[in-house]
Design a protein around this ligand. Sequence first.
Ligand code: NAI
Length: 338
Amino acid sequence: HPSNSQMGESSMLKRSECRAKGGAPGFKVAILGAAGGIGQPLAMLMKINPLVSVLHLYDVVNAHGVTADISHMDTGAVVRGFLGQPQLESALTGMDLVIIPAGVPRKPGMTRDDLFNINAGIVRTLCQGIAKCCPNAIVNLISNPVNSTVPIAAEVFKKAGTYDPKRLLGVTTLDVVRANTFVAEVLGLDPREVNVPVVGGHSGVTILPLLSQVKPPCTFTPEETEYLTNRIQNGGTEVVEAKAGTGSATLSMAYAAVKFADACLRGLRGDAGVVECSFVESQVTDLPFFATKVRLGRKGAEEVYQLGPLNEYERVGLEKAKKELAGSIQKGINFIKK
Ligand code: NAI
């Protein structure tokens, strides 16, 4: 016979399950890789988000530990944990938004492309699960190299017949967050007042901040432009080196992931004028994928914005970015096709 306390706990669990099933207002969100350096603070912040009614935490290790911990927070979302491949389908079924920070991060001396061999396979498996269990969910892909993992995900969804480019979004928000911070520092402004569009991709020279389009309008000397562009492009490496072998950006990334996920959820709710930068299927350049501002709505990235006017420095940067991006995109496509 179960003890009283066990019975108490199971009947309470049933009530919270009822609350979840009864359609508490809000969206159902899954985090894949929820026990990781990004996953844990991301799970914590999503548990606080009032737009989330159900939060599924999936990982191949420690998912139940993180779930037990987060579930004690007295916020609205009902949290459930899922451990290992056999529970992937249950983790995904019914989800409106799936956020993927699963995979290995960089160590000093590594490029994001060095992660390809491990992370490509992880992203493929997870996206096969999405195609099967929640083909209509919006996908926020964080796992690096984003320039290749987004094309991988697209190919997996195409194969499964579920691909909708509007619902597949590579997360480049951290580049924007960094750009806002560094530009605000140079201008002596509060970063909350600054908005820097960052286009291209999410790695080295493919990260292209458009300093000529900063809001509020401002100008930079050639030295400032050079300093800011380099610092924004190498912001990730700055953190990798400071962490000295223990990982890459996790806390600022979790913040950025929530900023982006929240924008996606506001779009799903039907809010007007929700605009963020994201790496998506695109006709803005001759490349099949490119990061620009997109408008988020009920169907995902409903509108992909053009680049707008570029100055000479940015036009040169764009050509460099496109060259590297073309190879990374093709590498991702080949991984599934060949
Ligand atoms: P981490 O190693 O701390 O966590 C990764 C988690 O993924 C671990 O808990 C691991 O068990 C889990 N995992 C591994 N294989 C899995 C599978 N098959 N299914 C589900 N979960 C699995 O790494 P961290 O620091 O959280 O970084 C995660 C990824 O995010 C890396 O690829 C990193 O490069 C990327 N990243 C992306 C950024 C962006 O701006 N898009 C910024 C920073 C990191």
